[in-house]
Design a protein around this ligand. Structure first.
Ligand code: SAM
Length: 280
């Protein structure tokens, strides 16, 4: 039988492939092409417009590192906003914190949530039935522009800056988020790979620095994303995100595969080539 593979071509210069054991779901929503495929290496994978989003066997490397540094460093985490995150993994990690009272998730594409709830249930897990979660199906950029509610932590879990996610990158959104979190709150987002997307990473850092007084990138490996070395960033007014609050870490670390207090501190140590470029 001929082997079947799925490849993500990254910016036209590199590709990453996974051997497919079965095609589980495919549809075209008003926003994007949605596929869920079963792969030999990483289990089921969500693919949007041909770009790998998240995989059963390595999603925790991404979702734990996106959510917990900000949630374990913030002064308060009672009210959390998640922008994007239609697979449910970020909301799942947020809701593991007992201090979280309300998590609003603003996802543009209802079809992504429905496909993931049906065919990737392990990622959203218990989040979907948690009474603290409110899911709104609308454009996250417009939501933050018009929102008048304050949040302690905002987490941006969008895709790459193409398609529906394009409006989730850049100063306009970052300044709206700065208003929502105020001086004390934190903003966490994925900031792409400085290994294969250094120019985009630096552009995002510059836009964040123009909108927030403190901007701290941190680093780790996500097997699914091209080039291995990946980054996230926490931006804030006055709060330093690099020191985790022990009680917050203690509340969730037993259930984590990729995050704990040591990882929290170590992740903010930038590779020297990145630190030198940021210092320019
Ligand atoms: N972990 C992935 C990554 O780092 O590339 C992102 C995962 S998540 C599936 C990305 C989500 O952002 C998708 O569900 C997509 O529909 C949603 N999204 C894209 N543009 C959006 C927008 N403007 N407002 C709200 N959600 C958006």
């Amino acid at each position: 039988m001929t082997e079947r593979w799925i490849h993500e071509v990254h910016r036209g210069d590199a590709s990453f492939g996974l051997r497919v054991t079965s095609f589980v779901h495919a549809e075209v929503s008003p926003h994007q092409r949605i596929e869920i495929v079963e792969t030999a290496a990483l289990g089921r994978v969500l693919v949007l417009d041909g770009v790998f989003q998240t995989a059963e066997r390595d999603e925790r490397a991404y979702h734990e590192l996106l959510a917990h540094p900000a949630l374990c460093a913030a002064r308060s985490i009672a009210r959390v906003l998640v922008i994007g995150g239609g697979d449910g993994g970020t909301a799942r990690e947020v809701l593991r914190h007992p201090e979280v009272e309300r998590c609003v998730m603003v996802e543009i594409d209802r079809a992504v949530v429905e496909a993931c709830r049906a065919h990737l249930p392990s990622i959203g897990g218990s989040a979907w039935s948690d009474p603290r979660l409110e899911v709104r199906f609308e454009d996250g950029a417009r939501f933050v522009r018009e929102c008048r509610e304050r949040f302690d932590v905002v987490i941006l879990d969008g895709s790459d800056p193409i398609g529906p996610s394009a409006g989730l990158f850049g100063r306009a959104l970052y300044e709206d988020v700065r208003r929502l979190v105020g001086d004390d709150g934190l903003f966490a987002l994925q900031t792409e790979s400085p290994a294969i997307d250094l120019a985009l990473f630096l552009e995002m850092q510059g836009a964040l620095r123009a909108s927030f007084e403190r901007v701290h990138p941190y680093f780790g490996a996500v097997y699914l994303y091209a080039a291995g070395l990946f980054s996230w960033t926490v931006a804030s007014g006055v709060t330093d995100p690099r020191a985790p609050r022990p009680a917050r870490v203690a509340a969730i670390e037993a259930g984590c595969a990729h995050y704990d207090a040591e990882v929290h501190r170590a992740a903010f140590a930038a590779p020297p080539f990145v630190r030198r470029r940021l210092a320019r």
